[in-house]
Design a protein around this ligand. Structure first.
Ligand SMILES: [Zn+2]
Ligand SMILES: [Zn+2]
Length: 352
């Protein structure tokens, strides 16, 4: 197999490795497509040391074909086309969170038999739990299925913070998580969606892709005032934050929310956040929630919900996947994902 090995920061090499055998309950996947997530870029940009020893493999937005079946797997056969739920979300199955279906917040999330697990979508093959594989209808392309991980994050966010049919939803950010969330919110019946971003190009794509009705370019216009101006001074019913990083964006979101409204945080922040608890939280009686990845909601897999919406034509992945690279050009794929301003990328997919 051709493994994409990450030696640290921009040093990524494709090397021949022995193809592993699936163990009990596992399958061998021949990967067809894998999305480059923002979290894949943290180490690449030198922002965060890896928790894994170099060289490591990664790529958690993936889809492919079943090529090998381990003992005790009866629900899949060789040749099945599957989307694969990210392996770093696997829970222990025994703790209180896992038993109620919230395995994404298991304290031992991503650890199987004491070893840290993750998906390896940038390599040509990966071993995964058969229970993490979901059959793809033939009309769902592999690259679209690769971003089911993003769509499932949107399903979880909308499950936790319902979107109003007759009100205003704001999405702060214009990356793949923002656009997939916007499409999921529309599929869940959201009325008007306003998206806030720094550049007009991805915001225009969001409107064309059915992820937003209108947008605010925060380089041209104060985004808080922009939301108030568009809502008769009242603010938005629900505000989703998808950017994270260093800026004080939770305060921006609580300022945009209307009385009795809600703020949902999907972004990963690297700095403590402050906001006006009295003027924004108490006076408006806001609901403030965080939305971390996805798992199941009332017993239903959120990944499967996302797949049903995609297969049913309710989600439009094509305009979000702006770039495709073969594995031999993985360096170019990461460079395009890293500098979205010059590449114009929203989601970059590596294909095998
Ligand atoms: Zn991701
Ligand atoms: Zn657990």
């Amino acid at each position: 197999m051709k493994s994409a090995l990450f030696y640290g920061e921009k040093d990524i090499r494709v090397e021949d490795r022995r193809t592993p055998e699936p163990g009990p309950g596992e399958v061998l996947i021949g990967i067809k497509a894998a999305g480059v997530c923002g979290s894949d870029l943290h180490n690449y940009r030198g922002n965060r040391p890896s928790t894994l020893d170099a060289p490591w493999e990664q790529g958690h937005e993936l889809a492919g074909v079943v090529e090998g079946i381990g003992p005790g797997v009866y629900n899949l056969t060789i040749g099945d086309r599957v989307g694969v739920e990210a392996e770093h979300l696997v829970g222990c199955g025994r703790c209180r969170e896992c038993r109620r279906g919230d395995y994404h917040i298991c304290p031992e999330r991503g650890i199987i038999n004491g070893a840290r697990h993750g998906s390896h979508g940038f390599s040509s093959h990966d071993i995964t739990l058969a229970s993490n594989c979901f059959l793809l209808p033939n009309h769902v392309p592999y690259d679209h299925a690769a971003i089911l991980d993003c769509y499932a994050c949107g399903v979880h966010a909308v499950n936790r913070s319902p979107v109003p049919v007759d009100g205003t939803t704001v999405i702060v950010g214009a990356g793949a998580i923002a656009l997939t969330l916007g499409q999921v919110a529309k599929a869940y019946g959201a009325g008007r969606i306003i998206m806030v971003g720094t550049r007009p190009e991805p915001l225009q794509t969001a409107v064309e892709a059915g992820a937003a009705d209108e947008y605010i370019v925060n380089a041209d216009e104060d985004p808080i005032q922009g939301v108030l101006d568009r809502t008769d001074g009242e603010g938005a019913d629900v505000v989703f934050e998808t950017v994270g990083g260093e800026a004080q964006l939770i305060s921006q979101c609580t300022s945009m929310a209307r009385r009795g409204g809600a703020v949902s945080v999907l972004g990963l922040f690297t700095q403590p956040q402050t906001f006006d608890s009295q003027a924004h939280g108490m006076a408006k009686e806001l609901v403030l929630t965080w939305s971390n990845s996805y798992s199941s909601w009332r017993g239903v897999s959120e990944y499967e919900t996302a797949l049903d919406l995609l297969a049913g034509g309710r989600l439009n992945a094509a305009p979000i996947i702006t770039h495709h690279f073969p594995q031999s050009q993985i360096a170019e794929a990461f460079a395009a994902a890293d500098d979205k301003r010059s590449s114009g990328a929203i989601r970059v997919v590596v294909e095998h």
